[in-house]
Write a protein that binds this ligand. Structure first.
Ligand code: VG1
Ligand code: CO
Length: 543
C-alpha cells in the first residue's frame, strides 16, 4: 500500500458559495474535480496528521463514490480515523453534533442541501471545523486560492469501505468507525425537549404528518417521532432516503412541498405538519390551513423559550440573518436581550454561538436552530413546536395568532427571479449598489424611502468585515425591501427580493402574505428596474 501523488491541473470554478461548493453531478464527475477540492481542503484547513474527522451526507446520487474517494485521500493525508454514518448517511445537524460530541478535527458534509438530486441533479461538499460549524469566510477564501494553484493530490488504495455494518475497522493506516447516524442526535434531542409531555400529547390522539421528502430525515423522524415519542406508524411520510429524492425537490417551502400545504388545508388535515429538506437542516411548520413563516417561527420560539427544558434558564441573545423578518427583534426588545443581524448563511451565526452571545437564531429560508449545534436543524424545530403545543395546550394557529396580537405581524414574502444570464442578474445588484446612497426621500406610489444602504457586517467576535451582503431599502411606514443574489444555485442566477410589511392592527392579520406584500412587490420591481434589466415582469417563484 503506497501513497500515490497524482498530477492534476487546477479548476477555476471551485469557489464555495453560501454553504459549501455545489455543482451539477456531471461537474463533480470530471476527472480530478472532486479530488482537487478535497486536497485543497486538506491543505488549507489545518494539520490533519493523526486527526479524527467525521463524514456523511444526505444520501444523494454520488454520496457513496465521494465518500470512498474521501477515505482514500484522508488515509493518504495522514488522517488517523474517519467516523462515518451507516450507509454514508448523516443529516447536516447530526454531523455538526457528531463533530462536537466526538471532539473531531472537522467534518466533510456531502450534500447540496435543498437542491435537486439524481444523476442530472446537484452534488456538493461542505467542510465544517472542530466547532461543528461551517468554515469561515477567510478559510473559504484560502481554500478557493488553493484550488486555483493545485498541481497534485495524494491518494491511497485502501480497499472498498464497508458502510453497511456498524463498528470500527482498519483500512491500511486509516480506522473507519461506522456509526448509527441517528442515535447520538436523538439522545441530544432528549436533553433539550420534554419527551414525556410530547408523548402524552400523542397519547391524546394528536395527529401529525412529517414529510421527509425522500431525503435524509426519514430515519431520524421514524426513530424520534414514531419510536421514542410514540407517534403512530405512518406519521413520517416519504421516509426512505432515495438517491434522487424520488424526483422531489427536497425544499420545504409552500411551492416545493405544495402537496403537504394542500393536505393541511383539507378536511382530513391532522393537527400539525412539518417538512424538512435534503440534508435535514431546514424546516417548514404547518398548522391546519396555515404555513408559519420562518421569521414568525423564530420569534415565537424566542418568546416561549422559557417553556422548553433546554432553554429554561433564558436566552443570552438571539440572531437572524439580515433578510429575515424583524419579528424576532420585537421579542428580543421585550425580553431585554440583544438581537444580532448577520449576513445570509449559517456560518455567520457560529462565532456568536461559540462566544455564548446567542442561544437561538434563524433565517427566512426555513432555517432555525440553537446553541445545541452549529448548523440549522429541521427536526429540532419540529420538536420545539411539538413541545410548545404540548405545554401550552394550544395549536399552531392559536399560538401564532396570539403572538401577532401581542407583537404585531410582520407579513413576509420572498420573490425569486430566476435569470438564465447571470450577467443580467449581476447588473441589477450592481446598479442598486451604485444608487443606494441617493435613494432616501424617493417616492414610489404611496411609499417613501426613509433610508437605504448596502449591508456590511462586522463580526462582533473577531472583527472581520463582510461587505455587499445585500441592498436594504427601508420605507417611512416601517416596511422593508431587501435585494441579494443567491449563492447556492448551479446554473444562471437567482435574484432574491425579500418583502416585509409590518401590520400592527389585528384586523389586518388574517390576510395572506402575498396580498399583504403585493404593493411592495410592485415597488420592488420599479426600484430595481427588474423588467427592464432582466426581461422578467413577475417573479419565477414566490415563497
Ligand atoms: C440559501 C438561503 C440561506 C441558506 C443557504 C443554505 O442561500 O437563502 O439562508 O443559509 O441557502 O441553506 P442563497 O445564497 O441561495 O440565498 V441549505 O439548507 O441549502 O444548506
Ligand atoms: Co439544507
Amino acid at each position: 500500500m503506497k501513497t500515490r501523488i497524482v498530477a492534476t491541473t487546477p479548476f477555476d470554478d471551485q469557489k464555495p458559495g453560501t454553504a459549501g461548493l455545489r455543482k451539477k453531478v456531471s461537474v463533480f464527475q470530471q476527472t480530478h474535480y472532486l479530488e482537487n477540492l478535497i486536497q485543497a481542503i486538506f491543505q488549507t484547513a489545518g494539520d490533519f496528521e493523526g486527526k479524527t474527522i467525521v463524514a456523511g451526507g444526505d444520501g444523494r446520487f454520488y454520496n457513496t463514490e465521494a465518500l470512498q474517494t474521501l477515505a482514500e485521500m484522508a488515509a493518504a493525508n495522514g488522517v488517523r480515523k474517519l467516523i462515518v454514518g451507516r450507509n454514508g448517511l448523516l443529516s447536516t445537524p447530526a454531523a455538526s453534533h457528531l463533530i462536537r460530541h466526538r471532539g473531531a478535527f472537522g467534518g466533510f458534509l456531502l450534500t447540496a442541501s435543498h437542491n435537486p438530486g439524481g444523476p442530472d441533479g446537484d452534488f456538493g461538499i461542505k467542510f465544517n471545523t472542530s466547532t461543528g460549524g461551517q468554515a469561515s469566510e477567510a478559510l473559504m477564501d484560502s481554500l478557493h486560492e488553493a484550488t486555483r494553484k493545485l498541481q497534485s493530490y495524494s491518494i491511497l488504495d485502501i480497499g472498498r469501505l464497508d458502510l453497511d455494518r456498524p463498528g470500527e475497522r482498519k483500512y491500511g493506516p486509516l480506522s473507519v468507525e461506522v456509526v448509527d447516524p441517528v442515535t447520538d442526535y436523538a439522545d441530544l434531542m432528549e436533553t433539550l425537549f420534554d419527551f414525556d409531555a410530547i408523548r402524552d400529547l400523542f397519547g391524546t390522539g394528536f395527529r401529525m404528518c412529517f414529510d421527509a421528502m425522500n431525503a435524509v430525515t426519514g430515519p431520524y423522524g421514524k426513530e424520534i417521532l414514531e419510536k421514542r415519542l410514540g407517534a403512530p406508524a405512518g406519521t413520517v411520510v416519504n421516509g426512505s432516503p432515495l438517491s434522487d429524492f424520488g424526483g422531489l425537490h427536497p425544499d420545504p417551502n409552500p411551492v416545493d412541498a405544495a402537496s403537504l400545504v394542500e393536505y393541511m388545508a383539507s378536511e382530513s388535515a391532522p393537527d400539525f405538519a412539518a417538512a424538512s429538506d435534503g440534508d435535514g437542516d431546514r424546516n417548514m411548520i404547518l398548522g391546519r390551513g396555515l404555513v408559519i413563516s420562518p421569521g414568525d417561527s423564530l420569534a415565537v420560539m424566542a418568546a416561549h423559550a422559557d417553556k422548553i427544558p433546554g432553554y429554561r434558564d433564558g436566552l443570552a441573545g438571539v440572531a437572524r440573518s439580515m433578510p429575515t423578518s424583524r419579528a424576532v427583534d420585537k421579542v428580543a426588545e421585550r425580553l431585554g436581550i440583544r438581537c444580532y443581524e448577520t449576513p445570509t448563511g449559517w456560518r455567520f451565526f457560529c462565532n456568536l454561538l461559540e462566544a455564548g452571545l446567542i442561544d437561538l437564531c434563524g433565517e427566512e429560508s426555513f432555517g432555525t436552530s440553537s446553541s445545541h449545534a452549529r448548523e440549522k436543524d429541521g427536526l429540532w424545530a419540529v420538536l420545539f413546536w411539538l413541545n410548545l403545543q404540548a405545554v401550552t395546550g394550544k395549536d399552531v394557529g392559536e399560538i401564532v395568532h396570539d403572538h401577532w396580537s401581542e407583537f404585531g405581524r410582520h407579513a413576509y414574502c420572498r420573490n425569486d427571479y430566476f435569470i438564465a444570464d447571470a450577467e443580467r442578474a449581476a447588473a441589477v445588484t450592481a446598479r442598486l449598489e451604485k444608487q443606494v446612497e441617493s435613494m432616501s426621500g424617493n417616492c414610489f406610489g404611496n411609499l417613501t424611502i426613509d433610508k437605504a444602504d448596502s449591508f456590511t457586517y462586522v463580526d462582533p467576535v473577531d472583527g472581520s468585515e463582510s461587505r455587499q451582503q445585500g441592498i436594504r431599502v427601508f420605507f417611512v411606514d416601517g416596511s422593508r425591501i431587501i435585494y441579494r443574489l443567491s449563492g447556492t444555485g448551479t446554473s444562471g442566477a437567482t435574484l432574491r427580493v425579500y418583502l416585509e410589511n409590518y401590520l400592527e392592527d389585528p384586523a389586518s392579520h388574517s390576510q395572506d402574505a402575498p396580498s399583504a406584500t403585493a404593493n411592495l412587490a410592485g415597488v420592488s420591481r420599479d426600484i430595481a428596474c427588474i423588467e427592464e434589466l432582466t426581461g422578467l415582469s413577475e417573479p419565477t417563484v414566490i415563497v
